[in-house]
Design a protein around this ligand. Structure first.
Ligand code: PRP
Length: 214
């Protein structure tokens, strides 16, 4: 029997994913220990768990190096790969938003040359294109995006907002909501055919845990 490989997005989502696997009987306790190890195995079910950077989860799953991935919808939207999304896991809930200083609320649709800073350039571009029919200048950043409007790098940002604390502490606010986000269970399209039974057994138990009807 070959191992089924699960790619988890390192950090909070991985911790919550580990909780779910534990609740359905997997032995993943070793993943909770502080270590630099990136790969773990559950002997009983023959599952391997790999810890990868969130933005790399879709790549592992698309190429079949992982059969299953657990990652935020933000990453999937930005990445745009053709993966089979099977469950909304209902954790890691937050929103993709356009945010900026209060005075931008009235200005957003008036400014001719709008600069938008974001870790999510594809999401930002398609939001402004599809919902407003306008092109914008995208400034790609890799973190601390809230800084951009404060130092004149951009007028607004497109970013995820969870508690709203980061915006608040930097005198910014949500100007427009783009979409709801949460963790998703995705599967490689070949794996779901080749390993249907073992993957669906986990899917069915997870669906039950999140209260989704079969
Ligand atoms: C994320 C996001 C916001 C913040 C939102 O950043 O990009 O900055 O969290 O959370 P809040 O609404 O609860 O304050 P992250 O912590 O991943 O760090 P980064 O800016 O370095 O990417």
């Amino acid at each position: 029997m070959r191992d089924i490989t699960v790619a988890l997005a390192k950090g909070r989502l991985a911790e919550l994913s580990i909780d779910m696997f534990e609740r359905i009987g997997f032995d993943v306790a070793a993943m909770r220990e502080k270590s630099r190890k990136l790969i773990f195995r559950d002997e009983k079910y023959g599952f391997r768990f790999i810890l990868v950077k969130a933005s790399d989860v879709p790549t592992y799953v698309e190429y079949g190096a992982a059969d299953i991935g657990i990652v935020g919808r933000d990453t999937l939207l930005e990445d745009g790969k053709d993966l089979y999304e099977m469950i909304d896991l209902q954790f890691g809930k937050c929103k993709m938003c356009v945010a900026g200083p209060h005075e931008m609320k009235d200005q957003l649709d008036k400014i001719n040359h709008l600069r938008v800073a974001s870790k999510y350039p594809n999401v930002a571009r398609s939001y402004f294109q599809n919902s407003k029919g306008r092109s914008i200048e995208i400034i790609k950043l890799n973190g601390s995006v809230e800084l951009a409007p404060l130092v004149g790098l951009s007028e607004v940002i497109v970013d995820i907002v969870e508690s709203g604390q980061t915006l608040k502490e930097n005198s910014l606010e949500v100007l427009e909501e783009i979409c709801d986000l949460s963790a998703r269970f995705v599967v490689n399209r070949v794996s779901i055919k080749m390993e249907k039974e073992r993957i669906m057994s986990v899917v069915d138990q997870f669906r039950e845990l999140v209260g989704e009807r079969k």
